[in-house]
Write a protein that binds this ligand. Structure first.
Ligand code: PBG
Length: 324
């Protein structure tokens, strides 16, 4: 006689739903959007099917659409014109810059949506690096000074949260102190705490034309062979004042999401990055996998690993799927 029959609880849809441990909901989703200068532009990113760069007018429409689908937050990424790039990222804190105008426009029309902005120099850098370059090196403290100006200008424009993705040391603390000093006590910080030097970012760099012009990002982003180091980075960011911590990429780093989840009670965010998106899209376009099912399975695995929130290019289609 078999005493234990785990299949009893899998017998019907109703039983399965009673014992389901993790749920993916629209509240878990953060939608990344690419913005560019111009008017009436919606440009598909070649290596990211069904993902677009929008000019501000059309961006607004898209944001309204996803807000109506129930998505509560967006993360903005700008395509900066070549002639505005330099080594110091001066355009990044222009009060009339593309990101600053985008925040103001979105907040004026859809004030309730949470606007999160990326803090790093790469879209603004002639070198495509996340910091200021001198003699082939990425300068830390000089870069942090620029990141602080950038974060302040986003807060002034109305950003709800700033998300430093640069991996310079000490930037969370510097940004928190500067925000507080200027009175932006309610502007939050979503820290890209454990951000790995990853080949999964390729399609994103196509989207922003921000690939590094020399070398790689291994002197500031983490080595994918390391796990304990993620906890070190998370611990520092929490000490420095992060409101949420992020792990990036997500799919090849589910163990890191779990370790960070077990370490902290702050909200944990998983960044389902561009390469993860494109792999699924490519296989699906060839008819090799069932996209809708694979997407739900993949994102739910991130919840199971311990993520509270998922930053994903699939956000809109998942919100549509969940609605059905
Ligand atoms: C820039 C930044 C990158 C991504 C988000 N912010 C690229 C990089 O670090 O080179 C990648 C996101 C993705 O691949 O979806 N600091």
């Amino acid at each position: 006689m078999l005493l234990y029959r785990p299949r009893r609880l899998r017998r019907t849809e109703a039983l399965r739903s009673m014992v389901q441990e993790n749920h993916l909901t629209v509240n878990d989703l953060i939608y990344p959007i690419f913005v560019m200068e111009g008017e009436n532009i919606k440009q598909e990113i070649p290596s990211m099917p069904n993902c677009y760069r929008y000019s501000l007018d059309l961006l607004l429409k898209e944001v309204q659409e996803i807000y109506d689908l129930g998505i509560n937050s967006i993360a903005l990424f700008p395509l900066i014109e070549e002639n505005k790039k330099d080594n110091e990222g001066k355009e990044s804190y222009n009060p009339e810059g593309l990101v600053q105008r985008s925040i103001k426009t979105i907040k004026a029309e859809i004030p309730k949506i949470t606007v999160i902005t990326d803090i790093a120099l790469d879209p603004y850098s002639v070198y495509g690096h996340d910091g200021i370059v001198r003699d082939g090196e990425i300068l830390n403290d000089e870069t942090v000074e620029v990141l602080v100006k950038m974060a302040l200008s986003h807060a002034e424009a109305g950003a709800d949260m700033v998300a430093p993705s640069d991996m310079m040391d000490g930037r969370i603390g510097a940004i928190r102190q500067a925000l507080d000093k200027e009175g932006w006590i309610n502007t939050g910080i979503l820290a890209y705490s454990a951000k790995y030097a990853s080949a999964y970012y390729g399609p994103f760099r196509d989207a922003l034309e921000s690939a590094p012009q020399f070398g790689d990002k291994k002197t500031y982003q983490m080595d994918y062979a390391n796990g304990k180091e993620a906890i070190k980075e998370v611990a520092l960011d929490i000490k420095e004042g992060a409101d949420m911590v992020m792990i990036k990429p997500a799919l090849a780093y589910l163990d890191i999401i779990r370790r960070v989840r077990d370490y902290t009670n702050l909200p944990v965010v998983a960044y389902n990055v561009s390469g993860e998106y494109s792999m699924i899209k490519a296989a699906s376009q060839r008819g090799w996998i069932d996209e809708d099912k694979v997407v739900l399975e993949t994102l739910t695995s991130m919840k199971r690993a311990g993520a509270d929130l998922i930053l994903t290019y699939f956000a809109k289609q998942v919100a549509q799927q969940l609605k059905k």
